[in-house]
Design a protein around this ligand. Sequence first.
Ligand code: GTP
Length: 597
Amino acid sequence: AEIDHIRNFCIIAHVDHGKTTLSDRLLEQTRTVQQREMKEQLLDSMDLERERGITIKSHPVSMIYEHEGKEYLLNLIDTPGHVDFSYEVSRSLAACEGALLLIDAAQGIEAQTVANANLAMAQDLEIIPVINKVDLPSANPEAIEHQIEEILALPREDTIRASGKSGIGIQDILSAVVNRLPPPRWAIFPQARVLVFDATYDAFKGVICYIRIFSGEIKKNDEIVFMGSGTKTTVKEIGRFSPQMISEKSMTAGRTGYLVTAIKELSQIKIGDTITLTSEPAKEPLPGYKEVRPMVFSGVYPLDTNDYTKLKTGVAKLQMNDAALTFQAESSAALGFGFRCGFLGLLHMEIVQERLRREYDLDIISTYPSVVYKVTKSDGSIINVDNPLFLPDPGEIEQVEEPTIRATIHTPNGCIGDILALVSEKRGFCDHTETVDADRVMLVCTLPLNEILIDFNDRLKSITKGYGSMDYELGDYQPGDLVRLDILVNSEPVDAFASIVHRDKAASRGRALCERLKEILPQQMFKVAIQASVGSNIVARESLSALRKDVTAKCYGGDITRKRKLLEKQKEGKKRMKQIGKVAIPQDAFVKVLKTS
Ligand code: GTP
C-alpha cells in the first residue's frame, strides 16, 4: 500500500475494559482471520495470559480494510494494560500515529485509563475515545461521555459507542481509524530509521524484533546497525504479522512487522532502540529511548536443593523471552543456592514465579521483595543495595535513599478517609485531589515504592470493595531512616528473613514476624528464643517453649512395622530441613513466613 493508505494504531485501556475482545472483532471484520480459526482472544497467546486474562506482550497485527473503494493497510498493536508494563505500552505507542482509548461503559474512567491517555498524548497521538461494552445492562454511555470531557478534555462528539461482544460500532471504529488518524509520520527523513518496539525469542529463528519502519526501506540481506547498542548484523528475514509471520522481500516507510537477524540472545536487543542501514546510517536515532531497569528484587531458591540446575535453566530460558528480567547467582545460609532476580514490578514478579512453577515444574521459595536503595557510605562512595544482607553496618552509612512513586488512585468518594489513612500508614502523603464525577475522586499521592510492594493494592481493593484502582510512575529517590531488620532464631540470624525497613516500622514488623515464626516453628528439646533486631538492639522477641520429654514416650502400641513406616515417613518430611545453629527449621516454615510477612 502507498504510505497515505497506511494507518498504525494501538488500543489502550484500563485492565479488563475489553481490549483483546475488541481487537478480535476488528480482525474478524477485516477477514484477517477466518471465523472458524477464531479462538476467543486470539491475541493473548501465552497460556498464562489467557488464564489470567491479562495481556503481557504487545502483539502487532496487519489488516487489510476496504474503505470507499480503496484498500487500506491497518496495523494494530495490542498493548499490555498493567502498570508493570507501562514501558512496553509507551514503546508500542511510539510505533503508532493514533490510539483507540477504550472505556468500559459500566466502569467508567479508571486510573490506567488516565495514565494511558496521558502516555498517548505525550507521544502526540490522535486519540479516538471508544465507550466499550455498551451492550451491558448497566452501561451508562452519557455519564462516560461526560467523564471523557471533564477528565480527559476530549470532545464528547469524538466518542464512538461500541461493544466487542455484540459487534456494535466496529464498523464506525474502522472508518474512524481511516478518516481520523493521520498517515505515517516522519517518513521523509533522508535515511532509514526503524523502531524496535518489542522483541521475542523463537527457538528456530532466534530473536524476533517487532519493528515500525519510520523512513527508508529495509530488505532481506541488508546490513544494519542498532544505534543504541552499536550491534551490527544482517537482516535474515523481514515481514508482517497477519497475525502469523509472513515474510516479504522488503518493507518500506510506514510499515509495521518483524525482523530476524543473526542475533540469538534477547539480552543483546534493547527495546526502543533505532535500527538504521550500515551503508547510509542515520545520525540521529528516533526520539524517546529509555533503558528499562528492574525495580523490585527477590531471591528465588529451589525448595529441593537438587533442583538448582533446573532452576538455572528455567530462569535463563524465561529471560530469553523477557528482556526485563534479570538474574544473578546468590546463596543463602538458610536457603542454599539460588538467584537474585530483578523484576519491573510485583505483577511481573508473580508472573515469572508462576511460570517457573508451571512451565519448569519447580517448587520455589522467594525471599521478601526489596527495592534498590542508594546508600552513601561514610567514605563518600555510593552503592546500590538490592539485597538487605549487603546493607553496610550503620557506622559506615552516611545516608540511605529509597525510590518513591507518584500514585494516581481513583476511588469512590465514601472511601477517601480510609484511603488517606492507608496512604499515611504506608509513609505516603497526598499531593492533591481531583473530582472525577459526582461519585468518584482521584488522589495523587507520593509513596515509598517499598511500601506498596506487599499488600497495598489488595488493601486498596478491599477498602473500595473493588471499585478503586491505582496506577503509578516512578518518582525521585528520597532519604529515609532505613535500617536492616534481622531475625534471630536461638541467637543465630536467619538471612532469608532479613529486610530493610523504616526505623519506625522495625518494631511492629519484627513483632509480626516473631509471632508468625513462633506459630510455625516446631518445638525443640530446648527453649528457643525468636528475636528481631536492628543492629544490636532487640526490637521484638518471642520464645518457643521446649518439648516435654515424655511426649516421645507416648507411643501407641501398634505393630512394629507400621510404626517404623510412620517414622520413615516423618524422616522424609524432615529431610527438607535447614540447620540454623542448633535449630532445624523445616523448609515449609520459610515458605509460610515469607508468604504471609
Ligand atoms: P487486558 O488484556 O488484561 O487489559 O484485558 P482486556 O482489556 O483485553 O479485556 P478482555 O478483552 O480480556 O475482556 C475483559 C472481560 O470483559 C472479559 O470477561 C470479556 O468477556 C468482557 N468483555 C469484553 N468486551 C465486552 C463487551 O463488549 N461486552 C461485554 N458485556 N463484555 C465484554
